[in-house]
Design a protein around this ligand. Sequence first.
Ligand SMILES: NC(=O)c1ccc[n+]([C@@H]2O[C@H](COP(=O)([O-])OP(=O)(O)OC[C@H]3O[C@@H](n4cnc5c(N)ncnc54)[C@H](OP(=O)(O)O)[C@@H]3O)[C@@H](O)[C@H]2O)c1
Length: 328
Amino acid sequence: MEKLNPNYGGMQYNRCGNSGVLLPALSLGLWHNFGDTTPFEVSQAIARTAFEAGITHFDLANNYGPEPGAAERFMGKMIQADFKPHRDELFISTKAAYDMWDGPYGSWASRKHLMASLDQSLRRMNLDYVDLFYCHRYDPETPLEETLQALVDIVRAGKALYIGLSRWPLEAARQGYDYLKQQHVPCLIYQGRLNLFDRAPITERTLPDAMAHGAGFIAFSPLAQGLLTDRYLNGIPEDSRMARDGRFLHADALTEQRLQQIRRLNDIATERGESLASMALNWILHQKGVTSVLIGASSPEQLRKNLACLSSPPFTGKQLAAISKTLE
Ligand SMILES: NC(=O)c1ccc[n+]([C@@H]2O[C@H](COP(=O)([O-])OP(=O)(O)OC[C@H]3O[C@@H](n4cnc5c(N)ncnc54)[C@H](OP(=O)(O)O)[C@@H]3O)[C@@H](O)[C@H]2O)c1
């Protein structure tokens, strides 16, 4: 296998909040296509393509698979096969708090779960530390201070360099930013779902609030799991996420109204001289406070195509108005 040769000049890097860290405008998520049901060589080709394009940030979680843990095991193999000489060029994140193992400690955000889960993640990836460790969801049953102090202690123990919060409601996230700052382990980044069909981080203010607290923001599912591409314009292809793995993207998401919106957005993208995927990614990159857009890909070709968003033309007022009208 050829040596990796990342093209750092071809990627844009954005400062993450008030921190010293730069993250690539596009990051790669390993939620789908890196588990036991995907051949190692296919996942490896996607990861190699990403890194060669200057994508230094790879996002995982304890439960990414299938089966849970498989994506982290893939990363362990990938490090062995390709990434080991590049460890200091990579920014690897993982998360805990969703269901991972049986019994009372296998989920949510107690100190017990977070500490044990991260130790398991490090073993699966064969790493001494991760660059970023997230609490994957807010746990209303665990005292906030217990969760936050566990995150602080994880950094102090050298098992993660930075802390992130994912999907936390606004008020809890605010308390999190304040607590972490007081402990001198400021929250690096907030991870939330943001795409043309789901603008909750803007309307519910978790995006501007992260920025106001000096944290970066990374947008997950930026293509609404593939809906914001040309994938479903003419039916449901057999090799698509919706057909292969209906766990998180169901066919009932494709209502006639949704399809009409996708067609109209596709027309606007065509008028702009780009693909719908590229326009959808570029729209997120233009939102104030967004550090990085966390994409998924089932092939190296998809990933290469999506890189086009980095050189998309700026939006005109007329185009933005047409997009808003489509989404009404
Ligand atoms: N914090 C959280 O709770 C949370 C939740 C969800 C995700 N995430 C993170 O966000 C990452 C990305 O999420 P996501 O995979 O839902 O992102 P996404 O970018 O919205 O969807 C990716 C999928 O869209 C399709 N696609 C991508 N580019 C395409 C193109 N050019 N043409 C046609 N289809 C294309 C592919 O599906 P096909 O299989 O159909 O080809 C691909 O797997 C995850 O890996 C994870 O790291 C975090």
